[in-house]
Write a protein that binds this ligand. Sequence first.
Ligand SMILES: Nc1nc2c(c(=O)[nH]1)N[C@H]1C(S)=C(S)[C@@H](COP(=O)(O)OP(=O)(O)OC[C@H]3O[C@@H](n4cnc5c(=O)[nH]c(N)nc54)[C@H](O)[C@@H]3O)O[C@H]1N2
Ligand SMILES: Nc1nc2c(c(=O)[nH]1)N[C@H]1C(S)=C(S)[C@@H](COP(=O)(O)OP(=O)(O)OC[C@H]3O[C@@H](n4cnc5c(=O)[nH]c(N)nc54)[C@H](O)[C@@H]3O)O[C@H]1N2
Ligand code: SF4
Ligand SMILES: [Mo]
Length: 724
Amino acid sequence: MTDTRLTFCSLCESFCGLEVDVENGRIADIRPDREHVVSNGYACVKGTRFDSVQHSPDRITKPMKRMGEEWIPISWGQALDEIAEKMRAIIDANGPQSFGHFVGAPGGANLLSPIFRGEFFKGLGSNRMYGTGSCDTMNKFRVNGDMYGSPMRLAYPDVDHTRFMMILGANPDISGTTLYHLPRSRARLGGIVKRGGRVVFINPRRVESARIGEHFFIRPDTDVYFLAAFCNEIIRRDGLAHSRIERYMKNFDELKRCVAPWTAERQAQVTGISADTLRELVEAFLAADGAALNMATGVNQGRSGTLCYWLLESISAITGNFDRKGGNLIGEGIIDFALQAKDDPILKLGFHRQDDLPSVSGQQPAAMVADDIFGGLVKGMIVEASNPVLAVPNPENRLEQALGELDLLVSIDWFRNETGNLAHYILPAATWMERPGMPYALQSFTGCTPTPYLYAADAVLEPPPQVREEWWMYVRLADKFGITLMGNRILSGFLKLAARLAHTRFRFVNVPKMLIGGMLKQAGQPDFKAMLRDHPHGLRLSDNEGGNFLGTERVLTGDRLVDLAPEPYVQRFEESVEKFFTEEIGNLGKMKLIGKREIKRMNTSSSNSSRLVKEKTNYAYICPRDARRIGVADRQWVKVSSEYDSIFIPVRVTDEMMPGTVAIPQCWGHQKADGLSHAQRHPGVNSNLLAGDGYRNIEKLSGMAHLSGILVEIEKSDRIAASS
Ligand SMILES: Nc1nc2c(c(=O)[nH]1)N[C@H]1C(S)=C(S)[C@@H](COP(=O)(O)OP(=O)(O)OC[C@H]3O[C@@H](n4cnc5c(=O)[nH]c(N)nc54)[C@H](O)[C@@H]3O)O[C@H]1N2
Ligand SMILES: Nc1nc2c(c(=O)[nH]1)N[C@H]1C(S)=C(S)[C@@H](COP(=O)(O)OP(=O)(O)OC[C@H]3O[C@@H](n4cnc5c(=O)[nH]c(N)nc54)[C@H](O)[C@@H]3O)O[C@H]1N2
Ligand code: SF4
Ligand SMILES: [Mo]
């Protein structure tokens, strides 16, 4: 019998509504939910073909222990006892900071895991938490904290009302956007053009998204000059919202002083965007009745990601486009998440290391993991929902070697990925189809979307009998360590008992449903049951009309003023920007490497799907002029070398690439993935061997890894040409 159930896809931040046909406990079909209040009948292939991941024969369905080269299934009792015992030995000998955690992108879609992970590590006394957040977006959390007073005061472009939108370093058509919620991005960005407005992409690749708008090439990792000159040009033209600046902001003069040397002509020397183009864009931006800005990973992953986001937010603020309809807005969630996060010891900016690198939103820099292990600071680690061996800079496989040296490595995952291969234990986690959930952060808690809404879904499928949710694992471990959860002995005792009995016939409560329902109810919203019953396709909340932030107590800086020039940024700007500019001029003839996301791949984690991955390899994308210079034709092989390592890869020649730039899709390189049979037969090449790790390659204000705009040399390779 077929039963049709509703849920939302948790793979990217679009969280599209899905309709899932279930037959005999298995997925028979997945379709976009046409009635979903926001995604409205849109879903991409990663969502509609998720059955091939869900039902993969390679799925880990029991706790696994590595014995030499062998993996053997063990019971949960044995797994948790042994892990707790080994953790205790590490902590007794080296202190709690020697035991760390590493969380990947899927961790951001999991409502309960971060809460209990945080409680467990707080109880252990360790803030040695890393994650791929420092590969994608920590610079933005840093800026939010310094300009608006909380890492979670997230501004977003009011796409559905704007008349001019400029997007740097993002490709929403393929990625579904990040750090604001915009499902059906193509239709909605296309709507701007239909209204007579403009959408402008600034990108070293003429990306798929740019089909609906305009596009200008920019040399990778030079956005800081473009943005500084954009800001300077606005000030020079007096395109300023003077009364707003005076009433609601501070340190405008410092901002003005920083950007003053950066003229349209000067930026053109390194960005490749002509002075005339920059001036024309400034004019259009100022003339629009509501202009919005957005930047994402392509800029975040450069050497000046924090400075870029500061400039971008400042441009919006000083022109009156911030906190105004059609510009950039600060959302309102069903709770004030930003206020809660402001003083949260985990989420607030901290300096927990011996060096000066920060922890932003609780994360230390991912690109320091290898050094921290080799330096003896970290002896054990739990990796949850991540595959750092492929996703994080790994020159000469340093990270892989370092993780292999740990006294204890535990991977919590659906599969045995390349990082899991190095682990001592793998704990099998439930998929989003197997757990109740809600899209929480952007949609419900921060309202960081032009279409705020609530949605709740029950589990669509029963997990295999030995598969568990992450919250359960952390509560069970906390129980073994005698850690009090939530600072409340009664609640803690209740949760521990609930976890102990959760998978027995004595289960008395469904903890996820209880907690989600409690959060909704506390916020004055329908509880979990009522959401499923009365709002199965979601509950649309009211639109954000703007004018609800500046001058209000929602600005959490203490004096209620937006800081246009936080002191560390001014200092960093002065230390680095001129210096990098001189380097840029010196490097103008050299190639730079950027990444590329593909519609059928989600980071490293769709690699094992036979319904998604057909190509045997990724490619290096270069323009015809560079191909001629190097002497290669389409699909011939090249050697790409950085200061750190070399890889061999076939090229694709396309005029969508800016001359002097090579794009290589990241998160490939599955040669060693014997736990991922399809991926191993379609291995590709890991471009992150070319990225440098360690202090020198980390953006100092936010701990972001330098993953985009890496200098490389490319030469024709005869070595592999025959085997392609
Ligand atoms: N060169 C370059 N490198 C990059 C990037 C780039 O643009 N360029 N992008 C960076 C970015 S933005 C990111 S976020 C990282 C991505 O890298 P990661 O954050 O490591 O994320 P994934 O590869 O998506 O997921 C890794 C694992 O999570 C497992 N998984 C999926 N869902 C769950 C779940 O619910 N629970 C558990 N326990 N496991 C789950 C999957 O099976 C998979 O093995 O890569 C980064 N690396
Ligand atoms: N299909 C698919 N969707 C995904 C993912 C995936 O792997 N596959 N990953 C998810 C994750 S974890 C994240 S964080 C989001 C990321 O979402 P996005 O930020 O939209 O990610 P990308 O598509 O990599 O877009 C980055 C863009 O920056 C450009 N770029 C590179 N360097 C520079 C530069 O120096 N300056 C400028 N201006 N542009 C530059 C690149 O050409 C690329 O088009 O996507 C999510 N969605
Ligand atoms: S765009 Fe695709 S991957 Fe992202 S939530 Fe929608 S269906 Fe899932
Ligand atoms: Mo990401």
